[in-house]
Design a protein around this ligand. Structure first.
Ligand SMILES: *[C@@H]1O[C@H](CO)[C@@H](O)[C@H](O)[C@H]1NC(C)=O
Ligand SMILES: *[C@@H]1O[C@H](CO)[C@@H](O)[C@H](O)[C@H]1NC(C)=O
Ligand SMILES: *[C@@H]1O[C@H](CO)[C@@H](O)[C@H](O)[C@H]1NC(C)=O
Ligand SMILES: *[C@@H]1O[C@H](CO)[C@@H](O)[C@H](O)[C@H]1NC(C)=O
Ligand SMILES: *[C@@H]1O[C@H](CO)[C@@H](O)[C@H](O)[C@H]1NC(C)=O
Length: 548
C-alpha cells in the first residue's frame, strides 16, 4: 500500500511524498505537557489531506482533533527509499514534512530536515539512459529526484550516438546543475554525411570488456581492443588521438575489402592499466567522438544461482565476462537474462528467477449465454467454455495456456440453436406451433410443432415434433396417407373388419343381425377403399327379411 499525503506546506515545497501507512499520531493531552509548553497546541489542525495510490482519502479511524504530530514512512525518490518523516500542527497549520536526513550521511538517523524541491526530467531524448545508483531507470516526467540526487546519463549504444553535454547531473534546489544532454547520431546513422560526428565501433577479439553505467569501456588487462572510427574514406582521413602518454597505437584503414573504405581503426594490443584514457576520433571537418577506456584487473564474486530451474551459461567472473540465463519451457524469466561483470566488481544485476508461466485468469466476457466451466492457468493448462441451454459454441470450446503466458485460441462465442423450418406433409398442415418461428421459418430450441392431415388422410408418424438442443427436430415430420374413414355400421348389421381407418384397397363386408338381410340388390357388394380415401360405394343396409 502506498499512501500519498499532501499538506499545504508540502505542496508549497513541491515535494511529492509517497507515504506508507501512518506510523504514529502524537496526541496533545494533559500528559503531553512538553508540547503545550512549546506551543504546538493552541489552535489544532484539521485532518491532513491524504491520498492513497493517487486517490484522496480521509482517515476516518484517526481523530485529528488532538493530534499535533503525524509520523509516517515516506517513499522518497526514484527507487522509493523509505525514510521516516513527520508533519507537525503549528498554529492550526500542518508544517512539514521534515524527513530523516539520508541515513548514510547521518548515521544516527535521528536528524530531520526539510525536503527541498525535487528535480524532474522533461521529455528525454529516446537514446538517453538515466542511471541512478548505477542502475538504469525509467525517468519519465513524473519521477521526482530529491534534492542532492546525482544521476548519470549516457547514450544507449556506445559509440553510435555522441553525448552532447555533461554526463553527471545533480539536483540542486529543484533544478539540475547542468542542462540535460542530448544524444546526436553519428555517421553510421546519418549515412556517412560529413556533418555528423564519426561512429566508433568497439570490438574485443580477445579478452573481455564491459560498458559501464557511466558509458566508460572497462577492459580487463591483456585484452585486445579495436576501435573503429566509421567514416567514408572518400571524404578524407580521420585521425585518432588519445589522452594516455603510455604508448603509441597502431592506426589506419582496415584491410579487409568490405571494411577498408569506411573503418579507420585504432588497436590496443594486450591492454595495460596505463592504456586507460580517452580515445578520440576526429574527422577532417573537426567533428569528434570518443570512447573512454579504463583498464582494470577486477573480478566479480562467482555468481550464485539459487533457482534450480535457471540454466546459466557463465563465461567467467572477470571484468567484462557475461552470464546468460535461460528458463525451461513453461517458465518465464523474471529479471535480466544477461549479466556482465562490471568494473565495480559487481555483476550488473542479480541472477533472474524462472517463474512458472501463468496465463491471466479469464473473466466473463459479458456474454450471458457463455459459461467458463474450468480454467487451469498453468502452462499447457486448458480453459473450457460451454453455452447455456439453447445456444451452441462457435469455434473450439477450449483455450490452452501457452509458454509465453498467453492463451492460445480465441474465446468462443455462443449462438442460438435453431431448427430448420418444418415441412408440412402433403395433404397436411401445421396445426399449432408452440414457440416462435423466426422470420425465416426456423424455430428456437424447445419449440414444438403439431401437424394435422386433411380429411380422408391418415397421419403416419409423430404428430408433434420438438426442436432439440442440437438443432434437429426430435422426429421427422409425419406423412399424410390417404385413408377411408370408418364408414359406420349399418343399422341392424356390422361391418368387418372393424378399423378406425381403412387403407386404399381395403374391403369391408357387411353382416346383418339375425332376422335381417342385406337388401337384395346389393347382396354381393364389398365396398372398397379407393386411392383417394373415399369408399367405392355406399355401405349396404340390412333390412327385415319379411320386407324383402
Ligand atoms: C557506481 O559505479 C561507480 C564506478 O563506475 C562506483 O564508483 C560507484 O561506487 C557506484 N555507485 C554505487 C551506488 O554503486
Ligand atoms: C545513403 O547514401 C547513398 C549514396 O549517397 C544513397 O544512395 C542511399 O540511398 C542513402 N541511403 C539512405 C538510407 O539515405
Ligand atoms: C519477479 O521477482 C520479484 C523479486 O523476486 C518479485 O517481487 C516479482 O513479483 C516477480 N515478478 C513476477 C512477474 O513474477
Ligand atoms: C544476452 O546475450 C546473448 C548472447 O550473448 C545475446 O544474444 C542476447 O542478445 C543478449 N540479450 C540481451 C537482452 O542483452
Ligand atoms: C493444469 O494443467 C497442467 C498441464 O496440463 C497439469 O499438469 C496440471 O495438473 C493441471 N492442474 C490442475 C489443477 O488440473
Amino acid at each position: 500500500m502506498r499512501v500519498i499525503m499532501r499538506t499545504r506546506a508540502a505542496m508549497l515545497i513541491g515535494a511529492l511524498l509517497c507515504l506508507l501507512p501512518l506510523v504514529s499520531a502524537v496526541e496533545d493531552s494533559a500528559e503531553n505537557a512538553d508540547n503545550q509548553e512549546r506551543g504546538w497546541a493552541g489552535t489544532l489542525c484539521s485532518p491532513p489531506e491524504m491520498a492513497l495510490d493517487g486517490n484522496s482519502v480521509i482517515s476516518s479511524t484517526t481523530d485529528y482533533s488532538k493530534v499535533v504530530e503525524v509520523m509516517f514512512h515516506g517513499a522518497i525518490g526514484p527507487s522509493g527509499e523509505r525514510r521516516l518523516c513527520r508533519i507537525q500542527c503549528l498554529h492550526g497549520e500542518w508544517v512539514g514534512p521534515m524527513c530523516q536526513i539520508n541515513v548514510a550521511k547521518a548515521p544516527g538517523g535521528d536528524i530531520y530536515g526539510p525536503l527541498l524541491r525535487s528535480c524532474h526530467f522533461g521529455a528525454l531524448p529516446p537514446q538517453l539512459l538515466v542511471m541512478y545508483k548505477n542502475v538504469s531507470i525509467v525517468a519519465d516526467t513524473r519521477v521526482p529526484f530529491p534534492d542532492g540526487t546525482q544521476v548519470m546519463v549516457r547514450c544507449r549504444e556506445l559509440g553510435v550516438y555522441k553525448l552532447l553535454g555533461e554526463s553527471t547531473l545533480t539536483c540542486q534546489g529543484g533544478v539540475w546543475n547542468h542542462q540535460v544532454p542530448n544524444c546526436i547520431p553519428t555517421t553510421l546513422l546519418t549515412n556517412f554525411t560529413d556533418d555528423a560526428p564519426p561512429t566508433i565501433l568497439v570490438r574485443v577479439p580477445a579478452g573481455s570488456a564491459s560498458v559501464e553505467p557511466d558509458g566508460e569501456l572497462a577492459v580487463f588487462p591483456g585484452s585486445i581492443i579495436h576501435l573503429e572510427c566509421v567514416f567514408a574514406r572518400k571524404l578524407g582521413n580521420p585521425e585518432w588521438s588519445w589522452s594516455s602518454a603510455f604508448r603509441q597505437y597502431l592506426t589506419g584503414w582496415a584491410i579487409a575489402p568490405e571494411e577498408r573504405d569506411w573503418k579507420y581503426r585504432l588497436s590496443i594490443y594486450y591492454s595495460k592499466p596505463q592504456d586507460s584514457g580517452v580515445f578520440t576520433c576526429t574527422t577532417p571537418h573537426g567533428l569528434t567522438n570518443s570512447v573512454t577506456i579504463n583498464v582494470v584487473a577486477v573480478h566479480c564474486a562467482p555468481l550464485e544461482v539459487d533457482d534450480p530451474h535457471v540454466t546459466a551459461r557463465v563465461e567467467g567472473s572477470r571484468l567484462g565476462h557475461t552470464a546468460v540465463f535461460q528458463c525451461p519451457m513453461g517458465f518465464v524469466l523474471n529479471g535480466t537474462a544477461n549479466l556482465t561483470c562490471h568494473a565495480t566488481g559487481k555483476w550488473s544485476g542479480t541472477p533472474p528467477q524462472c517463474n512458472p508461466v501463468r496465463c491471466p485468469r479469464l473473466r466473463d466476457i459479458g456474454d450471458p449465454h457463455l459459461e467458463l466451466i474450468e480454467q487451469n492457468t498453468t502452462y499447457l493448462g486448458r480453459a473450457y467454455y460451454r453455452c447455456r441451454w439453447g445456444y451452441r459454441l462457435t469455434g473450439p470450446p477450449g483455450l490452452e495456456c501457452g509458454s509465453d503466458g498467453k492463451w492460445i485460441g480465441e474465446v468462443p462465442r455462443c449462438q442460438p440453436v435453431h431448427c430448420p423450418p418444418p415441412k408440412p406433409p402433403f395433404n397436411g398442415r401445421i396445426l399449432e406451433a408452440g414457440g416462435r418461428a423466426l422470420s425465416d421459418g426456423r424455430y428456437a430450441v424447445g419449440s414444438a410443432v403439431q401437424f394435422g392431415c386433411s380429411d380422408s388422410h391418415q397421419l403416419v408418424g409423430e404428430p408433434t415434433i420438438v426442436c432439440t438442443e442440437n438443432g434437429f427436430w426430435s422426429h421427422k415430420a409425419p406423412l399424410c396417407k390417404p385413408r377411408c374413414p370408418y364408414p359406420g355400421d349399418p343399422e341392424n348389421g356390422r361391418i368387418a373388419p372393424l378399423k378406425f381407418y381403412y387403407e386404399p384397397g381395403d374391403h369391408v363386408k357387411v353382416t346383418c343381425n339375425p332376422g335381417f338381410v342385406i337388401r337384395e340388390r346389393t347382396a354381393t357388394s364389398r365396398p372398397s377403399c379407393r386411392q383417394d380415401g373415399s369408399w367405392s360405394e355406399e355401405i349396404p343396409s340390412c333390412v327385415d327379411y319379411t320386407q324383402v
